[in-house]
Design a protein around this ligand. Sequence first.
Ligand code: NAG
Ligand code: NAG
Ligand code: NAG
Ligand code: NAG
Length: 364
Amino acid sequence: MVRAIILAGCYLLALATSGFCLSYGHEPIGIESRSIGAIYQAALKEKGTLKISWGGDEKSNGAGIIAAFTKRFPDVKFNLTVDLSKYHDSRADRTFVTSNGEDDGADVIVLQTVHDFPRWKEANRLLPYKVATWNDIQSPFKDEDGAFTGCFIGEFGVIFFNDNKAPNDTVPTSYQSFLNPEWRNRLALTYPNDDDAILYLFTLIVKRHGWTFIDSLVSQNVTWLRGTGTPSELIAKPQNELAVSFAASPTDAAVVSSKLPTEDHYVTWPQTGAIFASTKMPETAKLFMSYVMSDEWQAVAFPGSVYATRKQFDTNGVLNQTLTNPLGFVTFMQDRANVERWRFQFETTLGTPQGVSPLLDNIV
Ligand SMILES: *[C@@H]1O[C@H](CO)[C@@H](O)[C@H](O)[C@H]1NC(C)=O
Ligand SMILES: *[C@@H]1O[C@H](CO)[C@@H](O)[C@H](O)[C@H]1NC(C)=O
Ligand SMILES: *[C@@H]1O[C@H](CO)[C@@H](O)[C@H](O)[C@H]1NC(C)=O
Ligand SMILES: *[C@@H]1O[C@H](CO)[C@@H](O)[C@H](O)[C@H]1NC(C)=O
């Protein structure tokens, strides 16, 4: 019903502006002008629990935002669930089908699977919203109609090492050097065929070093793992040989340090968020998006990070780098047939990802 009204309004507008709405069934929206306190007051008038699907592969990936949002807005009820983006999007799509388009299973969704957002926008499943900090978000990371917003920059390809097992001065900054004999049995890497951003990293490696690199890497007796958090956690432990990874996310363990590759291309991408149009709690959903994009959260959420979707926090300029292109992953993800071909190239060599779901393991 709501959708029909929007489309009708759009149709009238379309008549007046020669086809504006052909591509998108929403009227243009302005940038949020209310203070976050005023949005909070509006949110408090809504009943229910805000459902947030938060892409990640360790429960701890949601801990920071849950704690901060709870502290800042104690009277808002919300349920933030961490799961792999590829499962959150599948669940949203299935709920949409089984509810006959009444429900997407979440009010807000923040994911790595960037290809979903243009598709959902096209299907009129997203509620356009431009947070107050809209003009500070770099254009390539946001939808011009406000349907989705790049919230922060994710990064893979950083080299992590355990200072005790492999001191900084012994750890190379080129992936090729990890094929040397001293790294045998000591590499922990995430399966490229379990996470599309890790897959993209391995496609960059193959383009640069060829398939012989992968064959040599496999003969190094790599420990392949599910979950991008798992390699760093294992490296942090004193009782095994695993010392380095270049396909993992960071850990809080003080013993694990990191450095960027100096010759190889690494992966960055905008972790992207949107509000589903089916939400019954639009003000609370807007409050959540506003908070994620606020100075307050952006300043503390990723200590040490030099990249951000917001100009103000993008210290090193993620769009200006020679060794990473945050839009490369966005382009890669749009062509699913190509993604699948690459995935099965790696699966042919490595087999299917083995091990329990990283969300269930007890390594942490
Ligand atoms: C939060 O949402 C998840 C996923 O929908 C559900 O499994 C869980 O029971 C919910 N938790 C609470 C406390 O409602
Ligand atoms: C392969 O590496 C693992 C992890 O370091 C080690 O436990 C195992 O003994 C190694 N296997 C061989 C055959 O060297
Ligand atoms: C590793 O050593 C290099 C060169 O001395 C230095 O610039 C860098 O800060 C060190 N990194 C870590 C994590 O200690
Ligand atoms: C990135 O490059 C643009 C265009 O040259 C420039 O305006 C901007 O200041 C640079 N950003 C950083 C953080 O260096």
